[in-house]
Design a binder for this molecule. Structure first.
Ligand SMILES: *[C@@H]1O[C@H](CO)[C@@H](O)[C@H](O)[C@H]1NC(C)=O
Ligand SMILES: *[C@@H]1O[C@H](CO)[C@@H](O)[C@H](O)[C@H]1NC(C)=O
Ligand SMILES: *[C@@H]1O[C@H](CO)[C@@H](O)[C@H](O)[C@H]1NC(C)=O
Ligand SMILES: *[C@@H]1O[C@H](CO)[C@@H](O)[C@H](O)[C@H]1NC(C)=O
Length: 266
């Protein structure tokens, strides 16, 4: 009785283990290949057909694998490689960051400073071997027209025909005479859509220049001299000018270096 029971138990266990080991379960998708159809369990000796997964193309090997008596599959030899998308070109005034161009890889686009990205900044290589988005465009940032400071005029580097200007455009400020310019003479449309700080035009006056020993001023003496006003000098007989013949009222409110009259060499 006891023997029979143990035999029965043994046989029961035996039967189950044999059953489980004699089927093959559906192989997983690996390295771009997968089993065709939806079958989940295969009997020993049964064939399964492989195919390349979406986004992959076959390059070599057999599509067939066989379920062996031990419940294992024969080795897979089908080689599938991911599809390749075309090499992307960088957009004008921008760049494209690429680490790979195969199926499922992502590329990123950037625009140079002063340019704005219009479109998608990234694109993915699809199973159709095409990029998910077209290359974006990099469009120049624009500034409005620069403000003309009081008593100044603006000279554009290029002719401006609309009421907006492109990034990088330069301008030159000029003060209306006799005012002097304080600040930047040049201005630019910056990437943050603003103009660089404009200069100021201010009045500058210089005091009546000091009399020169043994010489004289040839320009009529005035009570007030303004920026860029000039005064010329001469020397008395027997003396010659040492230094410039003319001095100018500078932005600082001082005169440029004054000459002296020195004795003529005999
Ligand atoms: C593109 O950008 C994403 C998100 O910022 C990043 O994860 C990915 O590595 C970038 N790809 C490349 C090729 O630089
Ligand atoms: C940008 O990419 C996303 C996801 O890839 C997509 O849903 C969207 O339509 C794309 N936009 C454009 C303008 O191509
Ligand atoms: C520029 O001019 C257009 C028409 O000429 C006008 O519609 C627009 O509002 C102007 N923009 C600015 C910033 O002045
Ligand atoms: C804009 O950019 C300029 C220089 O590029 C900078 O001096 C200024 O502070 C910026 N303005 C703002 C509002 O960010």
């Amino acid at each position: 009785m006891r023997l029979t029971l143990s035999l029965l138990l043994f046989c029961h266990v035996c039967h189950e283990t044999v059953d489980a080991s004699t089927v093959c379960s559906r192989p997983p998708a690996v390295d771009g290949s997968e089993v065709l159809g939806g079958q989940r369990v295969f009997e020993p000796g049964e064939l399964a057909t492989l195919k390349c997964s979406e986004g992959y193309t076959p390059i070599s090997g057999s599509r067939k694998i066989i379920c062996t008596i031990t419940g294992e599959w024969t080795e897979r030899s089908l080689q599938c490689s991911p599809k390749r998308c075309p090499t992307p070109d960088p957009p004008a005034n921008g760049n494209v960051v690429v680490s790979s161009i195969v199926f499922q890889s992502t590329i990123n686009y950037t625009c140079n400073e002063g340019y704005e990205l219009h479109g998608n900044s990234s694109s993915e290589c699809l199973h159709t071997a095409t990029w998910s988005s077209p290359a974006p465009q990099c469009k120049s940032v624009t500034c409005g027209l620069p403000v003309i400071p009081k008593y100044a005029k603006i000279i554009y580097d290029k002719v401006v025909t609309s009421n907006s200007t492109e990034f990088g455009l330069g301008i030159t400020y000029k003060c209306l005479p006799p005012l002097a310019l304080f600040g930047n003479e040049r201005g630019y449309c910056t990437p943050n859509r603003t103009w660089t700080d404009p200069p100021e035009c201010r009045e500058v006056s210089c005091q009546v220049p000091a009399a020169v020993e043994n010489g004289f001023m040839t320009s009529a003496v005035r009570r007030e001299y303004l920026f860029m006003d000039r005064v010329r000098y001469g020397c008395y007989k027997g003396y010659v000018l040492d230094g410039p013949m003319e001095i100018v009222c500078e932005k600082s409110g001082h005169w440029s270096n004054e000459p002296i009259c020195k004795e003529e060499a005999k």
